[in-house]
Ligand binder design. Sequence first.
Ligand code: AMP
Ligand code: MG
Length: 433
Amino acid sequence: MKTLAQIAAELQGYEPQALPAHTVNAFLAQMVPLPREAEDVPLMQALGRVLAAPVISPIDVPAHDNSAMDGYAFCGQALQPDQPLALKLVGTALAGEAYRGAVAPGQCIRIMTGAVMPAGLDTVVPQEMAVVDGTQITIPPGAVRNGDNRRARGEDLQQGTVALAKGSVLAPASLGLLASLGLPQVRVWRRLRVAYFSTGDEILSLGEPVREGAVFDSNRYTVWGMLQRMGVECVDLGVVPDEPAQLEAAFRLAAARADAIITSGGVSVGEADHTKAMMRKIAQSDTPGEGGVVFWRIAMRPGRPMAVGRVGRIPLFGLPGNPVAVMVTFLAFVRPALWQMMGANPDDPAVAPPLLKARSTVAVRKKAGRTEYQRAIVSVDAAGQLGVQTTGDQGSGVLRSMVRANGLLVLHHEQGNVAPGDLVDVMVFAGVL
Ligand code: AMP
Ligand code: MG
């Protein structure tokens, strides 16, 4: 595998051109470390956690052949085409209580959903299809076929096979599955710890007195929210002014307390953009020869400038300052990198929500040669088709349009203008934001 320094050197060759977004992701995938520590946790603490080892089923599921319906169980071989089948009722099998008696040819038993099929019986006629006269049960011709309404032992899962793959992100359904196997706890990767802070002399923490030219810190709240959605342990380091010594202290504190660092602001080319210089200084003094910081102009909108590096072994993501750019670069780059650090499978539904195709109801101007993420409202039209419109003002500071949006219109690197009626890719926020 290439060293960080080699990749960084190659990427610097792109300057001053902006990098395509997918190149940045390929770099990040190489740069971030994989998870190392695992722990066993009870199921009710495992929601959203990532499996550190495959779960092998200790049992067959279902554990016995059982009935899928409330009805009458019998031996299906006796069924004749075009003729009713008359059976004598000899007993009842309830769920959770096996029927112990013998069932001879020409006999049947009443059976409830989930009850174990007695030996020799393989077919269930639903009670509403049977004609009942005392203990005389008649099955009309064609009502069922041999083997109907029986769930076979091991049909869902066989003992010794993989029930859940390593790297699965545990969803409610996975917890249910684990419980159905009788497993009270599960081995997951330790929760990832991420430290973050905002930078800027003009940035106010909530509760501070308002002053001219200052803005309240919104990035810490969006970043916190997006990290929470991923089940990350958050270390909030507040607002750090554009002052080199304070920035350095913040970086060192963050690296000591977390597995990854996220900052916002200070990575463009302004007078007070010290974050870059400080990242470079720390990375070089702490990991000499690693060349551990790369700055990019990424061919995307919003979110052109971004810095990435390491403090020791700790990856750091220097996001732009503009609130919408923070969210979009987080979604595009930080989120996939963090999921990798968390040990998740790249194709897990929690990691990679599918891009859906929707018909654009509006014209969208788009230059080929960069990726654009436009805030969008995705809806279903009268014909049941997905449609998408943008939320209007796409300024990268306009958080309100992010609030109105329920997804992003993703316009790929090579794509040009969109005409009304064109099919486009959309990422719906459900489960992500
Ligand atoms: P910068 O990249 O530091 O020049 O910031 C770009 C723009 O984003 C400036 O208008 C900043 O005031 C704004 N900004 C930076 N950080 C934040 C923040 N944490 N919350 C809200 N706005 C911010
Ligand atoms: Mg700034």
